[in-house]
Every structure is written in C-alpha cells, then in structure tokens.
Design a binder for this molecule. Sequence first.
Ligand SMILES: Nc1ncnc2c1ncn2[C@@H]1O[C@H](COP(=O)(O)OP(=O)(O)OP(=O)(O)O)[C@@H](O)[C@H]1O
Ligand SMILES: O=C(CO)[C@H](O)[C@H](O)COP(=O)(O)O
Length: 177
Amino acid sequence: MAVSTIHSPKSLNSTSPISTPPKTHQNHAIFHKPTSKRNHALKISCSSEEKTVVIGLAADSGCGKSTFMRRLTSVFGGGAEPPKGGNPDSNTLISDVTTVICLDDYHSLDRTGRKEKGVTALDPRANDFDLMYEQVRAIKEGIAVEKPIYNHVTGLIDPPELIKPPKILVIEGLHPM
Ligand SMILES: Nc1ncnc2c1ncn2[C@@H]1O[C@H](COP(=O)(O)OP(=O)(O)OP(=O)(O)O)[C@@H](O)[C@H]1O
Ligand SMILES: O=C(CO)[C@H](O)[C@H](O)COP(=O)(O)O
C-alpha cells in the first residue's frame, strides 16, 4: 500500500504522470516514520489552514485501504460517516476534518460494461481519469463538485453526490497518483 501527499495545484497540473513535490513543506500533511524505539507514535503535522490538503492512498482491491482510512480519520478526530441524507450506497466518508472519497466512483464502465469489454476495474479504459483530475483539483481550489458514485451493491453508476472542500481530502483507490 502506498500513501502520499499530493502537493500543489501546480503538481496536479503537471503533464507528468508522477508529480514532483516542491522543496518546501508548507501546506503539507507530513507523515514521519518512527526514528527510534522510544518514538513509536505516527507523527502527523498539517500546517495548511486555508487550502484543502490532499492525501492519496493507493492499493489493490482488498489490501486494507478502507480499514487503514478508518484508522487515519480517527487520528484526525471525530467519527466518519457517509453523507447525511444521501445515497445509502455512497462510498464517501465525512468527518469534521476529513472527507474520504473512493476512486472507484470514477469508473467509467459499470460492471456489465467491463464484462462486455473484457476489462477489469484496474484498466484505464474502465476509469475516467480526466474527471478525477478535474474534480480533485477543483476541491483543492475550494470548489465543491458533483462526484459520481459507483454502486458496489448494484454494479451501476449512480447519480452524483455533492462533495464540499474539506480541510483534508483523502483519495483512496487503485490509481490515485
Ligand atoms: N492490516 C490488516 N491485517 C489483516 N487483515 C486486514 C488488515 N487490514 C484489513 N484487513 C482485512 O482485509 C479485508 C479487506 O480490507 P478493506 O476492506 O479495508 O480493503 P480495501 O482495500 O478497502 O478493499 P476494496 O478495494 O475491496 O474496497 C477485510 O476483511 C479487513 O478486515
Ligand atoms: O474495489 C474495487 C476496486 O478498488 C473493485 O474491484 C471495483 O471497484 C469493482 O467493483 P465491483 O466488483 O463491486 O463491481
């Protein structure tokens, strides 16, 4: 499993598939590995007061992303719940500080569509990376978006849900980077 901060609108605008972190650490959430046996706690510092910090979590299906995210959001405080009054099959988790969105929501082909085309959910042809990029960039810039929902119960793409910019946005899935 890979976890990374996604650093700036500039890096999101890059044409390179791999974003290059800037040299300063301002406005970034920073994860430190313990440096000594006496320092077991995961230290998290987040200096951004105004802009949404984006954290990407990449791993294959069933690797433990959701489990890890529940732990991570509890570190930031508050319980995380699906959007109130929305689609009960929403994959989104919202707390006071964080919003976790699942990138399965950017599947461009539903379950039947993938079967017909003979592609898996990992295949770029089954995902709308352009929409993902535009919406993550918009949220980071403080703009709410209407994000699609991939319904894991029905295998269909449901009507979108409104995602408002949180302090910390976590994008978890197969291709967040
Ligand atoms: N660190 C761990 N050690 C052992 N089992 C784990 C660990 N983390 C998660 N699991 C178990 O692995 C299974 C998959 O976990 P989880 O649903 O978090 O994965 P996921 O990556 O979010 O899956 P998906 O991509 O299907 O949404 C669950 O049964 C969970 O209890
Ligand atoms: O979790 C996944 C990817 O992260 C699923 O494999 C993918 O979204 C397809 O979902 P389903 O099997 O419900 O049609």
